[in-house]
Design a protein around this ligand. Structure first.
Ligand SMILES: N[C@@H](CCC(=O)N[C@@H](CS)C(=O)NCC(=O)O)C(=O)O
Length: 219
């Protein structure tokens, strides 16, 4: 039985939940009260993750952090969603790195500031993030123009990683995808058909929070 530490607003946690479900593996969620600052406490960092982040996955006695490392571990261990050749596995890694640096990281920050931040976001910061996002989303949209999935013929952990935040309501980020990035929108529809896909709020624990600052100018 895998144990997945995280919370329902965390798309990084959802990436791992989606893969565990796609692999049909038994798992249980361990709620981390991120919104009340648990991951910032010294005790949590000493006991659970020195990096102060979720997701954290317990695989028996082994504790893993960083969604990219967790996804890679699970794909290799269960022999699925990791790519079908050395070339594909390298390509999967390339997209995981792009995701962690320029796709999920900017999107998650933008959404968090607009929906869940403790104070109204700085419009200059929002504008800068939006510029970075537009560039990263444009790159992914173009890559998906002539292929069904990011790497190879079928879905891989690269798809699960980049899409992890894109199944949340648009009202949380205020970032429109369907009208601006049609190939990403079509890809998300394909991913919704995979075994194990679910609405993140239906499979991860924690209180739901109404978006707070979306009406704030996006810069
Ligand atoms: N690259 C990490 C990012 C993880 C991450 O940023 N998680 C968020 C929650 S979704 C977090 O715990 N942030 C804590 C912080 O930035 O202080 C991964 O993919 O696991």
């Amino acid at each position: 039985m895998y144990r997945l530490h995280g919370f329902c607003q965390s798309g990084n946690t959802f990436k791992v939940a989606f893969l565990l479900r796609a692999l049909n593996q038994p798992w249980e969620a361990v709620h981390v009260d991120f919104m009340n600052g648990v991951t910032r406490s010294g005790d949590w960092r000493a006991a659970t993750n020195e990096m102060g982040e979720v997701p954290v996955l317990d695989d028996g006695a082994r504790r893993l952090t960083q969604s990219g490392a967790i996804l890679s571990h699970l794909a290799a261990k269960h022999g699925a969603y990791g790519g079908d050749s050395d070339d594909e596995r390298l390509e999967v890694l390339r997209w995981l790195l792009f995701d962690n640096h320029k796709f999920t990281s900017y999107f998650a920050s933008y959404r968090f500031m607009r929906a869940f931040g403790p104070a109204a976001p700085d419009t200059a910061v929002l504008g800068w993030l939006r510029g970075r996002l537009d560039n990263a989303f444009g790159i992914v949209d173009q890559h998906l123009a002539d292929r069904a999935f990011l790497v190879g013929a079928g879905a891989t952990i690269a798809d699960l990683s980049l899409s992890g935040y894109l199944f949340y309501p648009e009202a949380e980020s205020g970032y429109e995808i369907v009208g601006r990035f049609p190939h990403i929108a079509a890809w998300l529809e394909r991913l919704r058909q995979l075994p194990g896909w679910a609405n993140p709020y239906d499979v991860l624990p924690g209180a739901h929070i109404a978006p707070r600052w979306v009406s704030q100018a996006a810069g």
